[in-house]
Design a protein around this ligand. Structure first.
Ligand code: F6R
Length: 613
């Protein structure tokens, strides 16, 4: 996701910004830019050279005028608008005096832009962010100070943001604000800093303060002051930071995997932002496929590998149930070699975190060759798959560094279930009131995921108890089955222990022969409709000596009669349970792996992106 840095009052402004941006590179980005601002002058440079953008920006900045003491910088991870220099931040208002940088998504940017354009504002990018520069310009024109102009602007926008604004007509001031996207302020004698992440300013500032949601901060060389959205003064909480740079990049976590597991509420929230218009229409801005084409779909086929294959399996349940369309799911390496039937009206959805997995790219190419419409679900903007596909939906999980996928999985499930709702809406297979309820339910999932994250201690205790086991069977029914597959995959990848996922109903068809004392059976038991059947599965394995772990809802009073250990999760709509349940399985796998001394970020023999067959 985007990175933000700002400084006021420094005699080393350019170096501070460029070094800060270099330190933010680990977040992933596709373009970069800075603005230096002083009385009557704003100097801006922007580059879009993929992961070379900061290097290219440094070259550009060799021609920057000297003597600026304040500025802002940004690394962009595209969401609205292609990763091109015109879409890179900072964005300027019409006068060129106001410069803004933004991380997040402005949900109502289309209506704001239309309104501003009707009043003569000229936009130069296709980003949602640019509306902020013009909105602030409007309020400045009414004579408001920059801080008040930003506050007024924020009363108009919906969505998520960490933003910083400067104005050459009010120099030596940065006004910053936050909702959802993180922001920290740093202080040092004579200079004040701002960043999306501590690493960017770790060696410049000596004290750090967290900006909370809906707080606005005014930074000057002498320090800062903060207000809330109503304009009332607030105190920022001082952070005690004793991290080195490496720990700081991991957000204070021991490894990227733990950081990414903990980022899942945000990954879901970001993926869902800006996806529903006021009239209730579910919308994907980046989708290059018309409603008529989607309405004409007769059959869906999903292709994917690994963890992405598991999210594709979950999508099958959602699309079939809600949109009443037949769905096939293929492992991408199998699809292209089985002479697939692609009839008129077949929609093929390629699901890939990286958008670069060779088998999935080849599968979607094969589908296109046979005449299918192809939609890519990709976490990387402008990945090969996203570029080649007829349409794309981006998951907005942010850069995933750890080899084993976590936050990309929950974001994929959220995006695919949203697409299932859109198909249902177009086909008229669900009443609007039900779509509305499901959309609300989907939006509640990130809080439910957070509730699971908050139960880490119990999960660690269970992991400790089972540390010596060598064989694990994960079972589930309905969407609990792909969740079981994903739980097993996480455990085997991270721990190198034997783990298999099975549909609960398949136990009697073979695996039961392997159940004996010492074997662990982990059951996904959160779906009320499947609960009785799951209890009887668990009785069968318990009777044969297995240790039983159940992922069960908070209100489940029956489960303890068959389970030795229970991982409690909040109840949610059955179709959404994979996003909640998988989190406890990820944390379980992580805890066992740490206990066994494994390298959780880089499991042996595995690569993050498989680009060879
Ligand atoms: C598992 C994992 C892999 C990937 C698979 C597909 O934790 O990370 O199984 O899911 O290699 O990768 P993408 O989604 O990039 O196509």
């Amino acid at each position: 996701m985007c990175g933000i840095i700002g400084v006021v009052g420094s005699d080393d402004t350019l170096a501070t910004l460029l070094e800060g941006l270099t330190r933010l590179e680990y977040r992933g980005y596709d373009s970069a830019g800075i603005a230096l601002v002083r009385a009557g002058e704003t100097w801006r440079a922007r580059t879009a050279s993929g992961t070379e953008s900061v290097a290219a920006l440094k070259e550009e900045c060799l021609r920057a005028p000297k003597g600026f003491t304040s500025g802002i910088g940004h690394t962009r991870w595209a969401t609205h608008g292609a990763p091109e220099a015109i879409n890179a931040h900072p964005h300027l208002d019409c006068s060129g005096n106001i410069a803004i940088i933004h991380n997040g998504i402005i949900e109502n940017h289309t209506e704001i832009k239309e309104d501003l354009e009707s009043r003569g504002h000229i936009f130069t990018s296709v980003t949602d962010s640019e509306v902020l520069a013009h909105l602030i310009e409007e309020f400045r024109a009414q004579g408001l100070e920059l801080m008040e102009a930003v506050r007024q602007g924020l009363l108009v926008v919906r969505g998520a943001f960490a933003l910083a604004a400067m104005d050459a007509t009010e120099p030596n001031v940065i006004v910053a604000a936050r909702r959802i996207s993180p922001l920290v302020v740093g202080t040092a004698p004579g200079a004040t800093y701002l960043a999306s992440d501590v690493p960017a300013i770790l060696d410049r500032a000596s004290a750090f303060y967290a900006v909370n949601d809906d707080e606005i901060v005014r930074l000057g060389p002498e320090g800062f002051r903060a207000i809330d959205l109503e304009g009332a003064p607030v105190r920022l909480h001082q952070l005690s930071i004793e991290w080195d740079l490496e720990t700081a990049e991991k957000g204070g976590h021991d490894d990227f995997m733990s950081k990414e597991i903990n980022e899942q509420p945000n990954a879901i929230r970001s993926t869902l932002l800006d996806r529903r218009r006021k009239d209730g229409t579910i919308t994907f801005d980046e989708m290059r496929i018309s409603d008529d084409e989607l309405r004409d779909v007769k059959r869906v086929c999903l292709v994917a590998a690994g963890t992405s294959y598991h999210s594709a399996l979950i999508a099958k349940y959602a699309i079939e149930k809600w949109a009443r369309l037949g769905v096939d799911v293929d492992i991408s390496s199998e699809y292209r070699y089985r002479d697939p039937i692609v009839e008129v009206g077949t929609l093929v959805i390629g699901v890939s975190q990286s958008g670069e997995t060779i088998d999935t790219i080849q599968a979607t190419r094969e589908a296109q060759r046979r005449g299918a419409h192809v939609v890519a679900i990709s976490n990387i903007v402008d990945s090969s798959m996203a570029r080649e596909a007829d349409a794309v939906i981006y998951t907005r999980a942010g850069l995933e560094v750890s080899v084993a996928s976590t936050k990309a999985f929950v974001a994929q499930v959220a995006a695919l279930e949203l697409l299932a709702l859109r198909l249902a809406q177009l086909r008229g297979t669900l009443p609007e009131s039900e779509i509305d309820g499901l959309f609300q339910g989907l939006n509640a999932v990130s809080a439910q995921v957070q509730a699971v994250l908050d139960r880490r201690e119990n999960i660690e205790l269970v992991a400790k108890e089972l540390m010596g086991a060598h064989d694990f069977f994960f079972i589930g029914r309905h969407v609990g089955f792909p969740t079981a597959l994903e739980g097993a995959l996480k455990l085997k990848e991270l721990t190198y222990l034997h783990a298999e996922g099975y549909p609960g109903g398949e136990l009697k068809h073979g695996p039961l022969a392997l159940i004996e004392p010492g074997v662990v059976v982990i059951a996904i038991a959160t779906d009320p409709a499947m609960h009785e059947k799951m209890l009887s599965n668990l009785s069968e394995v318990k009777a044969r000596g297995a240790s039983v772990v159940a992922v069960a809802t908070d209100d489940d009073e029956m489960i303890e009669s068959v389970a030795d250990f229970v991982l409690r999760v909040p109840a949610t709509e059955p179709m959404f349970t994979p996003m909640v349940d998988v989190v406890s399985l990820q944390m379980f796998a992580y805890a066992v792996a740490r206990g066994l001394g494994r390298n959780v970020d880089r499991p042996r023999n595995l690569a993050k992106t498989v680009t060879v067959e």
